[in-house]
Design a protein around this ligand. Structure first.
Ligand code: PLP
Length: 366
């Protein structure tokens, strides 16, 4: 008897989401409208302490527009981690500014504040920390550096809906915080993104850029995009918003089970005052990570993910921004990280199978 594969992620989309989409379709008004407005308000109240949010058609569009709205452009530098999804640096490069890659700290895989401070030049305008895997970046240190050097902070909270530090939700530390609503993220709208803004001016500028530069129809004030979210997508997102806390709690209890039962691998630590929402549960496998992942799949039918195998500064698309850069913690993480399934659809039997597979392989390898 062959085991059924445990997938690395499994978006949950149910009858409630289908009914919400059907309601919008039947209304005959499907483009950006009242569902989007309601989703923005509910998302802001839920995740960013009431900060005003602007819904767009992807997380990447959100971080791109947010930066343009913040005045980022050619000649500017934005400090980013290299150990993240390429969208982080892409969104900087698309404004015409230069992404400046720095190393991560090894505990939470987030941008290293000491490295940030070293990378600051007269052209630096902002720091873009990533709350990678759902664990908050070291915001106290980064906020202090930003204040000292008069820099903005743009938070990449694509993976961190509901994460917090010292009781403060991610997305509320910076000039803006971007959340992704891609299907494998902790909640989805199909595709989509939210930009949580710290000022009314930023909200207005982001909204203008989202809609061809128009606040009033055909009175275009600036050159803008069409990055609007549809009411169909917003309706899905609004339903997911009522469920995401339960899913997060399940992710957290799955992670606790792993923390208590895994052995022979490095499990992910959580900072004292942090809430980790486990978009990923990422272990380090210090020898032959790729062989380990293959054996997990082939021998135990457990899928896993490598986020991310190639640091951004080594990607063909981005290497021109840092041709000779050496980032030792980034390179090491890219070699060692392995994300185990932690999503809320896992059964108790799945969790036990994952633990026994990892422990067996870790023991065999040691
Ligand atoms: C998913 C993701 C993005 C981009 O979001 P999209 O909605 O896919 O455009 C950006 N940064 C990080 C870290 C991500 O995981």
């Amino acid at each position: 008897m062959s085991l059924e594969l445990i997938p690395a992620a499994r978006p949950i989309i149910g009858d409630d989401e289908r009914a919400a989409v059907d309601r919008v379709l039947r209304s005959g008004m499907v483009a950006q409208g009242p569902e989007v407005a309601a989703f923005e308000k509910e998302f802001g109240e839920h995740f960013v302490d009431g900060r005003e949010c602007v819904a767009v058609n992807s997380g990447t569009a959100g971080q791109h527009l947010g930066q343009l709205a913040g005045g980022i452009g050619p000649g500017d530098e934005v400090i980013v981690p290299s150990f993240t999804f390429a969208a982080t640096a892409n969104s900087v490069a698309l404004t015409g500014a230069t992404p400046v890659f720095v190393d991560i700290e090894p505990d939470y895989f987030s941008i290293d504040p000491t490295a940030v401070e070293t990378a600051i030049t007269p052209r630096t305008r902002a720091i873009m920390p990533v709350h990678l895997y759902g664990h908050p970046a070291l915001m106290s240190e980064l906020v202090a550096i930003a204040q000292k050097h008069d820099l903005m902070i743009f938070e990449d909270a694509a993976q961190a809906h509901g994460a917090s530090l010292g009781g403060r939700q991610v997305g509320t530390f910076g000039t803006f915080g971007m959340f992704s609503l891609y299907p494998t993220k902790n909640m989805t709208s199909g595709e989509g993104g939210m930009v949580a803004c710290d000022s009314a001016e930023l909200v207005r500028a982001t909204k203008l850029l989202r809609n061809q530069g128009m606040e009033r129809q055909y009175e275009n004030e600036v050159i803008g995009f069409n990055a609007r979210m549809t009411d169909i997508h917003a309706a899905i997102g609004r339903v997911q918003l009522t469920k995401v806390d339960g899913w997060t709690a399940t992710r957290q209890s799955n992670a606790t089970f792993f923390n208590q039962n895994l052995s022979g691998v490095v499990t992910p630590p959580v900072a004292d005052d942090a809430v980790h929402v486990y978009h990923q549960y990422t272990i380090r496998v210090e020898a032959d990570r790729d062989g380990f992942a293959a054996a997990l799949r082939n021998e135990f039918a457990v899928a896993s993910g490598i986020y991310y195998p190639i640091p951004n500064h080594r990607l063909p698309s981005l290497t021109r921004f840092a041709p000779d850069l050496e980032l030792p913690q980034t390179e090491k993480a890219a070699q060692e990280v392995l994300s185990l399934p932690v999503h809320p659809s896992l059964s108790r039997a799945d969790l036990e199978r994952i633990v026994s597979a990892v422990n067996t392989l870790a023991q065999a390898g040691s």
